[in-house]
Design a protein around this ligand. Sequence first.
Ligand SMILES: [Zn+2]
Length: 584
Amino acid sequence: MTATAPRDEQLWSRCAGCASLLYRKRLRRNLDVCPECGEHARLGAPERLRQLVDPGSLRPLPDQLPEADPIDFVDVLPYRHRLTGARASTGLAEGVVCATATIGGHPVALAVMDFRFLGGSLGCAVGELITRAAERALDDRIPLVLVTASGGARMQEGALSLMQMASVSQAIAALREAGLLTVSVLTDPTYGGVAASFATNTDLVLAESGARMGFAGPRVIRQTTGRALPEGFQTADFLLRHGQVDMVVQRRSLRGRLVALLAATRAGRPARTPVPRQELASRHERLADDGAAHPRPAGPPVAAPTPGDPPAVRDAWDTVRMARHPGRPTTLDYLDSVFDGFVELHGDRLGADCPAVVGGVARLAGRHVMVIGHQKGHTTAELVARNFGMASPAGHRKALRLMRLAARLGLPVVTLVDTPGADPGVSAEEQGQAAAIAENILTLTVLPTPVLAVITGEGGSGGALALAVADRVLMLENAVYSVISPEGCAAILWPDRSAAPQAARALRLTAPDLCRLGVVDEVVSEPPTAAHDDPAETARRLRAALLANLLPLLDVPPAMLVRLRRQRFRRFGAYRTGARAGRR
Ligand SMILES: [Zn+2]
């Protein structure tokens, strides 16, 4: 709703749907739904909470976190200035408001995102606050209700934003294990990293009327496919038709629906031995409070630059181009050179086999492992046949099937990540790309078998993370791993895509940078020229690094592995400014 004139702005609003001039108080009484055309205006988090919870029951959870600018991000404006502006214009500390309350008498923990705050983007603080709300739900043994509104992961915090998809997802996984209901309410708009994690890996997904949700935004899909989008694409009704949400709900009915669902699950919960609170608490590492004190992994094996050092590594943009080099070894090349006896397994068992993801059983120095990786190609024909390594939902579901199979068979999982991103196409959205990625991320946080991930080329956003929630994450020296492509970032934060080289530098997407941030555990050095110039030597080094990292994991009991893996991802929320960002 836009105001008609500054003087009247408190009194009148113009409907974004039908352009009717509406008396503001009347509109508010109607829950900000236009009485003329039914348009649901976007709500800020405080107003949303007022509409949903029982009067007087709201208990806000603490929202003050240390100032975070973990990668010292600057585009045309420093990130800190953008944060200050968002706080001033919304009156909120961050892009989410969390609380406990009752809804129709049922106690719940809530996390409500606010799109007005930097587009509802998911950064470290937002991830941390939502995770804490989920932990509160677990402690109190109450359901968790998430109301999402987000453009996706917050690119100003680089790959650390991406890690939030994993940390919130594992908190959701803990609620699943405890038999506690999780509900997400999709509101307009919900995209990117939020859609591909906690917006869709909850037990129930409700879409508010007028909400749009998807992994890729319509602009990106139009640009990629060069085609017009179908009528009503990604709208709530589209999502319902394609089996991606449980229901579409008018705002006036939303509270009532939540009450009914909360009541049903409360009454209908099967009798089970309650887990003692103490055990739950210990099971659920409370790292939030001692994030700073928590031991971080051993330092990176690459020399961290000290102040005054000349830049020792190649420019980030050159690394991006190296990571995309068509001669760079692919997953099938490594399966041939690093592993023995690869037997490929196909299919998602739901109707498709995605060529952009390959997987199967293989041997690594005589030990059986499950290998899953993105497959690109060296020629245009190969690249087209493999969809440039961009997995469809079927690819993610094939990977999911193989991960679960590996766990049942007691095989360690090795993933090789090389994708510009998940497939941003119309049919991918129809088939639930966001939910497919979200389920992989969640499943990897609970998989009771060792998982070792290697970023071998391009680690593109959520599509990369769908294979990279692991006990150890390795990265080839000239690979990149990023929350968004430099071109995409430049198009949004700079005037245009020609600023991609600057964006590449600002995003901290190189292996040494990510190692310093703790996103990556070890950099696998490439031959002096690069992987594509000496694939045999690259394979030899990768094999040595895989063995060195995998063998110690084989001795760790599965329950301990899962616990340590969760600690690894939980600590990203409590990220402290400058802690490891290699500030210079
Ligand atoms: Zn209207």
